[in-house]
Design a protein around this ligand. Structure first.
Ligand code: SF4
Length: 161
C-alpha cells in the first residue's frame, strides 16, 4: 500500500505560523485511517515555534533557496533559511524511508506550496513558484499535489499501490 506525505496543517494540526490549522479534510482522514499518511510540518520539524512570524521567499522560488541563491525571510526580517532547509531535509528523509512517491502539501506555503508562492513583499502577491520542501521533493521525483488537487493525488497514489 503506497504511503503519502501530507502537510500536518491539512490534517487539522495547529502548526501554521498563525497558530491555526488548514484542515481537516475528510479524504485525508480516510487515508490516515488506512495507514497511508506520513505527516510532517517542515517548519516545525525544522525547529521553528508556533506561532511564528510569516515568512516568504523573495521571488517565490524554493529551488533557488536549495541552491543558496535565495533566502527565506520572516516578516520581522529574520533569516529563517536554515530551519526551512532542515525541515525540507526531514521531508526528504521520510520519503526515502517510506518509499513515498506522492505528497499532498499545503498550497502557497513557503515550505509546502507546489505551484505558487508569495513573492517576498508581504503584500499578498503570489507568483508561479514553490516552497522549499516542495522543490526538494519534486527534485527527488515525488509528485507534489495540494489540498485542491486531492482527486489527482488519489489517482497518483493508486498508480503506486
Ligand atoms: Fe507546516 Fe507546511 Fe502547513 Fe506551513 S504549510 S504549517 S510548513 S505543514
Amino acid at each position: 500500500m503506497a504511503k503519502v506525505l501530507v502537510s500536518r496543517c491539512l490534517l487539522g494540526h495547529k502548526v501554521r505560523y498563525d497558530g491555526g490549522a488548514s484542515g481537516p479534510y475528510a479524504v485525508l482522514a480516510q487515508w490516515q485511517a488506512e495507514g497511508r499518511v506520513v505527516a510532517l510540518c517542515p517548519e516545525v520539524a525544522g525547529g521553528l515555534p508556533t506561532p511564528r512570524p510569516p515568512a516568504e521567499i523573495p521571488g517565490g522560488q524554493g529551488a533557488r533557496v536549495l541552491t543558496g541563491q535565495a533566502q527565506v525571510i520572516a516578516r520581522d526580517g529574520e533569516d529563517v533559511t536554515a530551519p526551512f532547509m532542515a525541515g525540507a531535509q526531514q521531508a526528504l528523509a521520510l520519503v526515502r524511508q517510506h518509499g513515498i512517491r506522492v505528497a499532498v502539501l499545503k498550497a502557497n506555503s513557503p515550505s509546502c506550496g507546489n505551484e505558487q508562492a508569495y513573492d517576498g513583499t508581504f503584500s499578498g502577491t503570489r507568483v508561479a513558484g514553490e516552497g522549499v520542501t516542495a522543490a526538494l521533493l519534486r527534485q527527488e521525483g515525488v509528485r507534489v499535489f495540494n489540498e485542491n488537487q486531492l482527486d489527482e493525488a488519489w489517482l497518483a497514489i493508486l498508480g503506486e499501490d
